[in-house]
Design a protein around this ligand. Structure first.
Ligand code: TMP
Length: 259
């Protein structure tokens, strides 16, 4: 078998050339980084869990009519996706104050925001992903005004759906990050949801205890990251039947690490 061509390696995922033109294979790593990769580590089994969680969420979003890059899951760590021209903007949707909005505006973490807030960050590691305004996006041509309207509408629809999905399993959706891409059909560009939706890019708090079930466990050295990701997958109904193998895989990882 010939080696696959690596298209791009990010901090938590690798993209390989897909089997057909216009497709890619998205591989989920266990690597975890925070604070623009100043903190590096790994969460045992994270790639497997994020692959499953993201598959589940993107499939449900697709059923609601939200176009996404997801085609199908291939195996434990890989999914087939549509190749997009990535829009270099991280869209952060916030329902509750936490993280950088709390420090920036002096809001106590956990304060319900008066309304859902969308924030935009320019994807540039060298600059540390600075926060930007609509004006920058238009002025530098990162996306057109129409594309930004579409992106904002989609982000709100995704938020409405995810808030309900997580509330149904006792989880408060505090905030999350989305990325979008452009696909070309003849001379027309269409915006679709790309990247992943997983506890890596969401803040998920248990509704009763307030316990953090997301990457903040890693960012803030709280411990129990693998268990938290597993809990999210379990509550979403993704850890049953043949997925016992996945739990086993995680247990083996943990045993190897002597935990
Ligand atoms: P923030 O509070 O650090 O700005 O993060 C807001 C949300 O966006 C949080 O759920 C984590 C997610 N996020 C990412 O997925 N990638 C990133 O690089 C950053 C900074 C945040």
């Amino acid at each position: 078998m010939s080696r696959r061509r690596l298209v791009y390696e990010g901090k938590a995922k690798i993209l390989y050339e897909g089997p057909e033109p216009g497709t890619l294979i998205q591989y989920f790593k266990d690597d975890a980084t925070a604070f623009n990769a100043q903190k590096k580590g790994s969460i045992a089994g994270k790639g497997v869990l994020n692959n499953r969680i993201s598959e589940h969420i993107f499939t449900l979003l697709g059923q609601l009519g939200i176009p996404t890059h997801f085609i199908r899951r291939l195996n434990m760590r890989e999914q087939l996706i549509r190749q997009v021209e990535i829009i270099p903007i991280e869209v952060v949707v916030r329902n509750v104050a936490a993280g950088t909005i709390s420090t920036r505006l002096g809001l106590e973490e956990g304060t319900q925001l008066p309304r859902t807030i969308l924030e935009y960050f320019y994807k540039d590691d060298a600059l540390g992903d600075p926060m930007i305004a609509d004006e920058h996006i238009a002025a530098f041509g990162w996306a057109t005004q129409d594309e930004m309207t579409e992106i904002a509408d989609m982000a709100i629809r995704v938020n409405d759906f995810l808030c309900g999905l997580f509330a149904g399993i006792g989880i408060r959706l505090v905030d999350f990050k989305l990325e979008f891409g452009r696909i070309w059909e003849n001379e027309f560009a269409r915006i679709i949801l790309a990247d992943e939706i997983s506890p890596d890019g969401c803040r998920l708090w248990d509704m009763e205890s307030g316990e953090k079930l997301d990457k903040d466990r890693f960012r803030r050295d709280l411990g129990g990251e693998a268990e938290a990701y597993q809990e999210v997958a379990r509550r979403l109904g993704l850890l049953k039947g043949d997925d016992a193998n996945m739990v086993l895989d995680l247990e083996q990882h943990r045993a190897k690490r002597g935990k």
